[in-house]
Design a protein around this ligand. Structure first.
Ligand SMILES: Cc1ncc(COP(=O)(O)O)c(C=O)c1O
Length: 389
């Protein structure tokens, strides 16, 4: 668990470092990649050992008998989240963007409205638009420094043509861990407007100290319209394995989803299943607890650095390793603060507007990196905004 180790990923076909130049104009030679949500860390030994065992065996045929894999998922959800799942209710998709697309296909028709509370993870909007559904953005206000859900405004914006709501819980970006009362209000909203509720909980393991994530499945009276999405990908930094889990307790919804999975001929990748089976284990859990402590210290160091730059504000993270920083207080145009971050500080970060309405003055910084990289990024930001000090 040496999270301080700097691992050079450049030239390995990793999106984060090898696409930073074409996408953000930041050269990997001396830039720092702080955009896409994967980590600079190797997964725990239990995962590495599983991959090595496959390579040592050396025959890569079709996967069969996913009993251990399903049992590992069942164990993890019970042990880490107090969530009792029936392993037979779990589908395996090629990650959760794919899971989202499959939900749109199974539960909506072209032209149907799909609701997002924005700003929110940008790939949701991408697949909604690409699949010919109508994006219904409901912008969350910031109250006391964090996002809240304003259901009076949300109700007023509904047209009656919406069929599905995607909730991001914990929220990316902004790092909210929704309270039970908020989750109950989301469930009420879904029922009031007759929406299927897709709860993307991919960040559920990465809570900050003192925070407890509540699975949407624990809210009363929502099971008949609920689709749960989870994955080991963010938690263990194995996003390239492309394994997502879509868990559906309601038999009618499960049948509809299963029928579309069959229609697309979906079947999982054996490397991914071995990795997830190894990750969802007591050894994996111990690694995640160490990781969370490390991420919390990164977050603390980063936020202190940001707070020292007049006009910048980092939203207090309750979960995730994705810092959401508002530049509105600088009074600068978006092009100006973005240029300073990219060209002067040489940091490749996500642009706020891609997250939808409400993201205009924000940038997202990935903090899942060795502390030295975070400290270097903060020092560069101080230099790039030195005239504000
Ligand atoms: C909320 C959320 N859902 C899904 C994903 C991506 O999932 P996958 O890599 O499994 O497609 C991300 C990645 O950042 C995310 O933040």
């Amino acid at each position: 668990m040496n999270f301080d180790q700097i691992i050079d990923r450049r030239g390995t076909h990793c999106a984060k470092w090898d696409l930073m130049q074409p996408l953000y104009g930041v050269a990997p030679a001396d830039g720092i990649a702080m955009w896409v949500a994967d980590m600079e860390f190797r997964p725990p030994d239990c995962v590495q050992d599983a991959v090595r065992a496959m390579a040592d065996h050396g025959v890569y045929g079709y996967f069969g008998d996913d009993g251990r894999y399903r049992e590992a998922i069942r164990w993890w959800m019970a042990a880490r989240h107090g969530w009792a799942i029936d392993p037979a209710h779990v589908f395996t998709t090629h990650g959760l963007v794919n899971g989202t697309a499959m939900c749109l296909d199974a539960f909506t028709e072209p032209g149907d409205g799909v609701v997002l509370f924005t700003p929110v993870y940008h790939a949701f909007a991408k697949v909604i638009r690409a699949s010919g559904r109508r994006l219904a953005e409901l912008e969350m206000p910031v109250v006391d420094g964090h996002y809240v859900l304003d259901f009076d405004a949300f109700d007023a914006a509904m047209t009656g043509g919406e069929r599905l709501l995607i909730l991001c819980s914990p929220h990316n970006p902004g790092g909210r861990v929704w309270t039970r009362a908020e989750l109950e209000s989301v469930a009420d909203f879904a029922r009031r407007h007759d929406l299927i509720l897709v709860s993307d909980e991919v960040h559920h393991d990465l809570t900050m100290p003192g925070q407890r994530h509540i699975p949407m499945a624990h809210v009363e009276g929502i099971a008949d319209r609920l689709v749960m999405m989870t994955a080991a990908s963010k938690t263990f930094n194995i996003a390239g394995a492309h394994v997502g889990n879509v868990t559906i307790a309601d038999p009618a919804l499960r049948d509809r989803f299963g029928a579309r999975m069959a229609a697309f001929g979906m079947s999982p990748n054996s490397f991914g299943l071995h990795m997830v089976t190894a990750a969802y284990s007591p050894d994996g859990a111990a690694w995640v607890d160490a990781l969370r402590r490390y991420l919390h210290a990164n977050r603390t160091a980063f936020d202190a650095g940001i707070a020292a730059i007049p006009g910048l504000r980092s939203m207090p993270l309750q979960a995730t390793y994705l810092a959401w920083v508002d530049f509105a207080g600088t009074g600068m145009e978006r092009a100006d603060f973005t240029r300073r971050v990219e060209q002067e500080a040489r940091l490749a970060v996500n642009h706020g507007p891609t997250f939808g309405a409400g993201g205009e003055s924000w940038l997202r910084f990935n903090l899942a990196a060795p502390r030295a990289q975070i400290e270097e990024a903060v020092a560069r930001l101080h230099a790039a905004f030195a005239d504000l000090q």
